[in-house]
Write a protein that binds this ligand. Structure first.
Ligand SMILES: [Zn+2]
Length: 137
C-alpha cells in the first residue's frame, strides 16, 4: 500500500465518457471539486466532445475484482453522485464489502455525507484530504 491510500480512494472518483469525435471510451479522474468545473478532454484525440456514459463513482485504487463488484449496476441502482447521502451509503456499503476499517477519516467523510453535507463542504472541513489531491493532467 502507498503512503496514504485512504485519501486517494476518497479523492479519485472516475467518470466514464464516450468520445463523440473518435468514438472511443475515455475514463477521466476528477476530484469532487473539479468535476463539472474542469473540461473533460478526450485522452485519445484531445476533443472536448465527451459524453458521459454512466453516472457512477468507483474506486480508482481498488483491485479490479473488487471494482467489478462495486460497479455492479444492480448495486448502484438509484445511486447518484450528486446526492451526498446516497454517496455516503454507497461508501459505507463499499467499506463493509471490503471488510476493512478504512480509518477515521473515511468514516468521518461517510458520516458527513450521510448527514447531507456536500463533498465540497467536507473537503473544506477536512483540509488533510486536500493534501493528497492528485495532479490532473
Ligand atoms: Zn476522442
Amino acid at each position: 500500500m502507498g503512503k496514504c491510500p485512504r485519501n486517494e480512494v476518497l479523492r479519485m472518483p472516475y467518470y466514464d465518457y464516450l468520445c463523440q469525435a473518435c468514438r472511443r471510451p475515455a475514463r477521466l479522474f476528477f476530484t469532487y471539486a473539479e468535476y463539472g468545473v474542469k473540461t473533460a478532454v478526450c485522452p485519445h484525440c484531445q476533443s472536448d466532445t465527451l459524453q458521459r456514459r454512466i453516472r457512477r463513482v468507483a474506486l480508482a485504487k481498488s483491485e479490479d475484482a473488487r471494482l467489478d463488484s462495486f460497479s455492479d449496476d444492480a448495486m448502484l441502482a438509484g445511486f447518484d453522485e450528486d446526492d451526498p447521502q446516497a454517496m455516503g451509503r454507497f461508501m459505507r456499503k463499499m467499506s463493509q464489502e471490503m471488510g476493512e476499517d478504512l480509518g477515521d477519516e473515511f468514516n468521518e467523510v461517510v458520516d458527513r455525507l450521510e448527514k447531507g453535507e456536500s463533498p465540497e463542504t467536507i473537503e473544506k472541513a477536512m483540509p488533510d484530504l486536500a493534501d493528497t489531491a492528485p495532479d490532473i493532467p
